[in-house]
Design a protein around this ligand. Structure first.
Ligand code: NA7
Length: 541
């Protein structure tokens, strides 16, 4: 990367705000800063169009696992009323169409530059502005830098010998080609069995001549129970949207599932079983966010849910040896992101699907003809990598914003350090939408995004009113937030499991829990109090 940033940059500031990315976050940030504050905004998007996650992850089976009427913007009542979601859980093309509609409806494209990646950013103290480099060799300056770079956008590949030697076709779920791919008659491998792997495996198995799945860790996957939305669903949401959004914002996951009971240990075995059966049948995230309130804090309570899920796997998979391989054994339910599925476990009952446990027989090498494990060679025409992301911190670290005295990579060398999961000491006028140590991925992302952008819009408005040009978190407020965030995480079962929530999927990444798990309602209240107290914990000048 070459930087065009130099001390001779003009002190003239070209823009009020530069926004990184045109996904859910970048689209609303563009709208909010431009339409509510009248700022001069430019949004840079690496992809060819708006959509972010939903632009890139267009693999067969890609679908949202939050209900579509919830997984949408709430900022415009007209938008809520006019958009119709065809399914309970929207598939990728429909979400992408929705985001395109929002960009067009609010005329946002004229503030956006596509096919342009931000590759560096430095805060110039003398000019009090950000100097931002793009991969087309240009440099722009802006008072504020707002990252909508996403939390699961920096995809990763395994560090395995011969990865570039395979002579067949290679696809990544996270960077899927625009055109449809035909797997019929092909010998296909999928590496990875997270949310993306599970979705793509189920679809590709229907087409491929043979599918071999390379699994490192089995997951507790639950049925999504997708179906077309009915007219009644639509009426229900559209008539009661304000109340539904309020309730959603006050629930842990950002979707207000009814029927949650406080503790799995406070009811009889029979009642507990019924509650799990009800939640499993209801679909979506009800199994953990609509069953019992203590699954993420109490190991004994969690064991009851984990055992229920294991039993379901054993019931659904014909071959007991395969069922055993698919059964998670040594980590608590929900502490790795639980995927949702349609007929995932039944896929392993098909004669054209083979499961390989790569903990028992590790991948040794990718060869020109396929994959070699310690048990032998699998000949292949196609390899699909569904191997995940450098989550939460990866997208920001790949840009590595710099202040006068810090750069983000050094500042975060031992794990992310933020104030409110939104700002960083040493990086003035920088806001990370759904940054690490905010509720983000353990909340409903569009709502999390709106909460952050509303907060930063109010913050900039306050600065304008009071004649401030610069805001920076104090070191002390950042230390307190890092400590507070870690203390809450340590009171849960999450930190005992290797997952991307804690950086364990990336070799060498510091083991720090990346999400604020105190609940979005608490979190929003803390953010509101900071603002009410004149941005306590921040220096304004
Ligand atoms: P995930 O959930 O991180 O899943 C990645 C999968 O790839 C997971 O099964 C990993 O096993 C596996 N993996 C990762 N690295 C390797 C290597 N080196 N070798 C073999 N297998 C590997 O990513 P997804 O894209 O599925 O989902 C991300 C989020 O998107 C999801 O949680 C939703 O929020 C939407 P592991 O479990 O690490 O042992």
């Amino acid at each position: 990367m070459t930087s065009n940033t130099s001390d001779s940059d003009s002190h003239q500031t070209q823009l009020d705000a530069i926004i990184i990315g045109a996904g859910f976050a970048g689209i609303y940030a563009t709208y909010s800063l431009r339409e509510k504050l009248g700022l001069k905004v430019k949004t840079f998007e690496a992809g060819g169009d708006v959509g972010g996650t939903w632009y890139w992850n267009r693999y067969p089976g890609a679908r949202c696992d939050i209900e579509s009427y919830h997984y949408s913007y709430s900022f415009s009542e007209e938008l809520q009323q006019e958009w119709q979601w065809s399914e309970r859980f929207a598939a990728q093309p429909e979400i992408l169409a929705y985001l395109n509609h929002v960009a067009d409806r609010f005329d946002l494209r004229n503030s956006m530059v596509m096919n342009t990646r931000i590759v560096g950013a430095k805060f110039d103290e003398a000019a009090c502005h950000w100097v931002v480099d793009t991969d087309d060799g240009n440099t722009q300056t802006a008072r504020y830098l707002v990252s909508g770079a996403g939390v699961l956008s920096a995809s990763t590949l395994p560090d395995v010998e011969g990865i570039n030697d395979f002579s067949g076709a290679v696809y990544l779920t996270a960077k899927w080609p625009q055109q449809e791919i035909d797997f019929s008659g092909k010998r296909v491998a999928v590496i990875g069995t997270g949310a993306s792997g599970i979705q793509v495996i189920t679809e590709v198995a229907k087409q491929a001549k043979h599918l071999t799945v390379f699994q490192r860790t089995p997951n507790y996957a639950a049925p999504i129970r997708n179906r077309p939305n009915t007219e009644q669903d639509e009426r229900e949401f559209k008539q009661h949207y304000p109340q539904i959004r309020r309730d959603a914002r006050n629930s842990f996951l950002g979707v207000n599932y009814p029927g949650m009971l406080p503790s799995a240990l406070a009811v009889s075995d029979e009642e507990r079983h019924q509650q799990y059966e009800r939640a499993y049948a209801a679909g979506g995230f009800e199994m953990f966010a609509g069953s019992f309130g203590d699954l993420i804090t109490n190991q004994e309570a969690n064991d009851t849910a984990a055992e229920f899920m294991r039993e379901k796997i054993r019931q659904r998979v014909d071959d007991p040896a395969v069922a055993d391989m698919l059964t998670p054994k040594n980590y608590a339910y929900v502490t790795k992101r639980p995927p949702l599925e349609t007929d995932y476990y039944e896929t392993y009952n098909r004669s054209n699907v083979t499961l390989v446990d790569i903990r028992a027989t590790p991948i040794e090498e990718i060869t020109p003809n396929g994959i070699r494990t310690s048990a032998g060679d699998t000949e292949l025409d196609v390899i699909i990598y569904a191997t995940g992301f450098d989550a939460m911190t990866g997208p920001l670290l790949r840009i590595n914003p710099r202040g006068e005295s810090i750069n983000l990579a050094d500042h975060w060398a031992e794990g992310p350090r933020t104030n409110l999961g939104l700002t960083v000491h040493g990086l003035p006028n920088f806001f990370a939408i759904t940054g690490p140590q905010s509720p983000s991925v353990l909340y409903n992302m569009p709502l999390a995004i709106e909460d952050h952008i509303d907060w930063l819009t109010d913050c900039i408005s306050y600065m304008q009113e009071h004649g401030y040009q610069r805001i920076e978190s104090t070191a002390e407020a950042e230390d307190n937030w890092v400590r507070h965030s870690a203390e809450i995480a340590d009171a849960t079962l999450f930190t005992g499991t290797d997952s991307w929530y804690i950086g364990a999927n990336i070799p060498g990444k510091p083991r720090v829990f990346l999400v604020y798990v105190g609940g979005a309602a608490n979190y929003r209240q803390i953010c509101a109090e900071v603002a009410q107290k004149g941005y306590e914990g921040f220096l304004l000048s």
